[in-house]
Design a protein around this ligand. Structure first.
Ligand code: ZN
Ligand code: FE
Length: 255
């Protein structure tokens, strides 16, 4: 099944995405930091918005929803757990729920940690997952509400998806994430070359997202608490993965 995906820079460092099923021409937007750049992309492509998917309640992911709804009669999808602090939802979702964008089934994965109600939208046939501020390129979201153990559990669910899944995350934080990753995983040759590619992309003003899960598995320190090299660098050879993850998250917060 063919689809189109468009990455739209919003605000200072956010990303929204447009996903379109070419067969039915239904279009979803994933997160709405602001309306203007999304309306512009829809108009340029001559697409009609049918769905709005919200990953979590933070203003930089929902603030443009009302303005989009003035232009398009789109249905709004978001977490049941956060229905009280999201824009009005047409469909309230929890782990294991599914709906369709055209011919594509969309599956909901609960990924608490950044916020307790954060969800991810997985589109298995398209090999896409929209993770916003849970799993990010070379990073993961800050723990505003959840515990490190919760975030580690969330990341493990995403890590279990097929290796060739494209991770569509919510911010352009990759260059600073790479600098941090190199402090605890400096011998990782794949990370070193990815970091150079990120710097080159940013110098050209290019987005560093989406990214492939297989590359995240090899380079994202938040997916690698079991790695012997990282453990040696942290002086935690015998700790649990959760303990190592917690230490990595704490070091990133202080970085
Ligand atoms: Zn957020
Ligand atoms: Fe955010």
């Amino acid at each position: 099944m063919p689809y189109d995906i468009v990455t739209i820079p919003c605000l200072s460092d956010n990303y929204a995405y447009l996903l379109r099923d070419q067969d039915t021409q239904e279009v979803a937007v994933i997160d709405v930091p602001e309306a203007a750049p999304i309306l512009k992309a829809l108009e340029e492509n001559d697409w009609t918005l049918s769905q709005i998917w919200l990953t979590h309640h933070h203003p930089d992911h929902i603030d443009g929803v009302a303005d989009l709804l003035e232009e398009y009669a789109a249905k709004v999808f978001g977490a049941q757990a956060d229905a009280h602090r999201l824009p009005p939802l047409d469909q309230a979702l929890a782990e294991g729920d599914a709906f369709n964008l055209g011919n594509y089934e969309v599956q909901i994965i609960d990924v608490p940690g950044h916020t307790v109600g954060h969800i991810a939208f997985h589109v298995p046939e398209a090999k896409l997952v929209f993770t916003a501020d849970s799993l990010m390129a070379l990073g993961c979201g800050r723990l505003f509400e959840g515990t490190p153990a919760q975030m580690w559990e969330s990341l493990q669910k995403l890590a279990a998806l097929p290796d060739d899944t494209l991770i569509c995350s919510g911010h352009e934080y990759t260059a600073s994430n790479a600098k941090f990753a190199l402090t605890i995983d400096p011998q990782n040759a794949v990370l070193i070359s990815r970091s150079a590619a990120i710097d080159a992309a940013r110098q050209k003003g290019e987005a560093t997202v989406p990214s492939l899960l297989s590359l995240e598995m090899q380079t994202n320190p938040f997916l690698r608490p079991a790695d012997p090299g990282i453990r040696a660098n942290l002086g935690m050879p015998d700790a649990t993965d959760t303990e190592v993850f917690t230490e990595i998250r704490a070091r990133k917060d202080a970085f």
